[in-house]
Design a protein around this ligand. Sequence first.
Ligand SMILES: Cc1ncc(C[n+]2csc(CCOP(=O)(O)OP(=O)(O)O)c2C)c(N)n1
Length: 312
Amino acid sequence: MKLDDLLALWRIRALEEKIRDLRLEGPIVGSVHLSNGQESVAVGACSQLRPHDAVYATYRGHGWAVARGVPPREIFAELMGRVTGVNAGRGGSAHFSAPQHGFHGENSIVGAGAPIAVGAALAGRHDGTGRIALTVFGDGAMNQGAVTEAMNFAAAFSLGVVFVCENNRYSELTPIDAMVAQPDLSQRATALGIPAVRVDGNDLAQVRTATRLAVESAVAGRGPSFIEAHTQRIVGHYIGDAEQYRPAGELDRDLRLEPIARLTRELLAEGVAAEAVARCEERARSEMDAAAAAALADPLTDPATAKDHLYA
Ligand SMILES: Cc1ncc(C[n+]2csc(CCOP(=O)(O)OP(=O)(O)O)c2C)c(N)n1
């Protein structure tokens, strides 16, 4: 049902816009990277995973956590350093995890999720769970050696890994054309023997089909797949980014392409009532307002416990 899809996209957008407000107002501190405009990749891909499959995201991972079913109240609490956060406030915006929801964590080291996902898939082969792993990273991360090594290892050992590249055309403030001579990033996976597709990441159906095939292949023991999902972030790399690197007119174009605008247009064109469409946004915003207010009222984590869970 497309209205459910719109609600799912709005939940991520509303959560992140609330996070932005709380960062600017003070309760959230530190560096925060939002995924506004990229929501359909997370929603589409996670819809095809089984509960016990493992997702490895980046610092831009709030949307992937929501799409995996991590409760927003616990995400807000985590970002505000509350004891009720998914990691009792120790992970923060860029490093939280919720393995009980199949969300095995974000990572601020660009590309570092890929080799960890390969390890999880290897474990899933041997531990009897049959668990597969999905790792998501940006187009910039494709230039990290660890990503190529991880893809090659997964291909050589036919491991059940779904590599998802969210190609938003920017690595921090640097456009992709300044970084690579071959813009078809999927060719790198193909060269390593991994089946690869390029999809419109703003189109939920395309993301779902590509991920379904990749998951089927991984579960059947046929090895890894690579999905290059073209998308765009309609906000800065981080909160506070002045975005002076964006060419004139680019943001206007991206605001027409982004998945919420796209699905809204589709629904209205199909004759769905404007009120029903508007209710998705209202419902998502009121859910997130309530979750954030509840988290804000929770106690802060005691700094005396900062060294708990340290093993080094
Ligand atoms: C190993 C490593 N090198 C450099 C950085 C600095 N850095 C942080 S985000 C980023 C850009 C990554 O771009 P991309 O992979 O396209 O992801 P996006 O931010 O667009 O989602 C860089 C270079 C880092 N965090 N880790």
